[in-house]
Design a protein around this ligand. Structure first.
Ligand code: ZN
Length: 499
């Protein structure tokens, strides 16, 4: 907190002390025992608080920017974008819904406290809550005792440090897939701070679990965990875990193929969409997306296998039903370096044509959202079959579950690399595939979300269009699509492997 902010806070606290409960056009902010007032108003029993006022009290404001109807708020780890008159806001690149509309009055941005504060709590480095009855935002900066994480490479291995406010008891257990799990007794995790330490150089994934009596930090490392040592250190108090490097010369004596996390980009997982009882889209002449996808995938596998630098894994190599979860699991078990899902698009408008490449991020437009809904529907079909109480006809409008689930879960870990991979595909498709370019787009695909690797989903043309259905059935066309994808994979390897 800056001195200026602290001074403002103390002055505001003195004023607030005069009244026990905030007036109807005010709300209170209680932070470290001090109280401040911010602007607020009620509309149809919903209290809107000034986020501008709150940000000034809690500090960390780096920048406010207003462009048209958008307002941006940036601090160390977050970039929030609000749209005046819309319930949707963005945190970094993910979209969230706070139910009520963001409003702008007298130069201040107002947000609905009851729905926004619980969300903000998840990303703010201190515990923050809204107490409706006393119109109070409470900030508990001393609440957390597991405050930060650091992962760094040392000459002989990896060093993981978990910072605490005082020595706490802990357990360490390593599980399959090079997960190192640290369970801290009475640990209260500063989840946003710890999550902000994700670093794809060292880890595939980072998870935090806050339970009543323990706080757990789990890291899936990019290197093998065979031995490890740990101790509590002082000044500052921290758990220190050292993971010495595995001697790779010894490992190579092993005759089994080494498919493990390493610095090479050599494991490519090809995912032919649909299959078995999931036909995908059907063309006017009766072609089925599942067959087209498999044929293109086979051409691609052939090309990649010729190039001895890569190992290819297919999520299916024949006409069989594979759930989206099983596809993602297969990729993760193989410790994929790249993941390509292959599909053919479809539209009720028969004249619509062209190829698309998608990467995972919240959809920006209706047509991208529609593609994701169609491709995700297999997941919901599986879920509905597991749960007979859910009626597929009622659940048939997939909009809400997908948005809800994906908004909570969208992985931003490989978003930059996936976007880059998609752009490389775009370049190669424009060169090799002679149908209209619909280019790169983003949407929330379930299968991409579950894969811990840069991944894209290719729609190789519109099976619903007579001309393109014909092309998709031609070996020559499929080979061209495969060539474009293969070239992009090589480009990606060249760019990222030697970084
Ligand atoms: Zn599909």
């Amino acid at each position: 907190m800056s001195h200026r902010t602290l001074k403002t806070l103390l002055i505001m606290a003195a004023i607030a002390a005069l009244c026990g409960r905030a007036a109807a056009d005010k709300a209170r902010v209680v932070i470290s025992g001090a109280t401040a007032e911010i602007q607020a108003f009620d509309e149809r029993q919903v209290t809107f608080i000034s986020f501008s006022g709150l940000a000034e009290v809690i500090g960390g404001v780096a920048d406010w920017k207003m462009v048209g109807h958008e307002i941006e708020y940036v601090n160390d780890t977050n970039r929030f974008t609000f749209v005046i008159g819309s319930p949707f806001f963005k945190r970094n690149d993910s979209v969230f819904n706070m139910t009520y509309l963001a409003e702008f009055h007298d130069g201040q941005l107002y947000v609905p406290a009851a729905t926004f504060i619980p969300f903000f709590n998840q990303v703010f480095p201190q515990k923050i809550s809204w107490i409706k009855d006393s119109r109070t935002v409470r900030v508990e900066s001393e609440y957390f005792n597991v405050t930060d994480l650091s992962v760094s490479a040392k000459a002989n291995g990896l060093l993981i440090e978990i910072f605490l406010t005082s020595a706490l008891a802990y357990d360490i257990f390593v599980t399959e897939g090079n997960w190192i799990n640290v369970s801290i007794r009475d640990g209260r995790l500063n989840t946003p701070r710890i999550q902000s330490r994700r670093d794809s150089r060292y880890m595939y994934n980072l998870k935090t679990h806050q339970q009543k009596e323990t706080g757990q930090v789990s890291i899936r490392l990019r290197r093998r965990v065979e031995r490890w040592t740990h101790k509590i250190q002082e000044d500052p108090p921290r758990i220190q875990i050292s993971i010495p490097d595995v001697n790779f010369d010894l490992v190579q004596v092993d005759t089994s193929p080494r498919i493990g996390p390493d610095d090479k980009i050599d494991i490519v997982v090809i995912d032919p969409g649909h299959g078995g009882s999931h036909y995908g889209a059907i063309g006017p002449k009766g072609s089925r997306e599942k067959d087209v996808a498999l044929d293109i995938a086979k051409e691609l596998a052939k090309l990649i296998r010729k190039d001895k630098q890569f190992k290819v894994i297919m999520t299916r190599d024949r006409d069989k039903t594979v759930t989206l979860q099983e596809r993602a699991d297969a990729a993760n078990e193989a410790q994929a370096d790249l993941f390509v899902s292959i599909h053919a698009n479809s539209s009720v408008k028969r004249h619509v044509r062209g190829w698309n490449v998608f990467f995972l991020a919240p959809a920006k437009n209706d047509s991208a959202r529609a593609v994701a809904q169609f491709e995700n529907s297999a997941f919901f079909r599986d879920k509905f079959n597991e749960n007979p109480e859910m009626d597929e006809d009622n659940g048939g409008s997939f909009d809400d579950p997908i948005l809800n689930i994906l908004n909570e879960m969208i992985m931003t870990e490989f978003q930059a690399e996936s976007h880059d991979f998609a752009m490389m595909m775009d370049r190669e498709f424009r060169r090799h595939v002679r149908i209209p370019a619909r280019g790169v787009d983003q949407a929330g695909f379930y299968v991409l979300n579950m894969v811990f690797a840069p991944s894209v989903l290719v729609e190789a043309g519109f099976i619903s269009n007579v001309q393109e259905e014909k092309l998709l059935k031609q070996k020559d066309y499929r080979k061209k699509v495969a060539q474009a994808i293969y070239n992009a994979i090589k480009r990606f390897k060249n760019k990222y492997e030697n970084q």
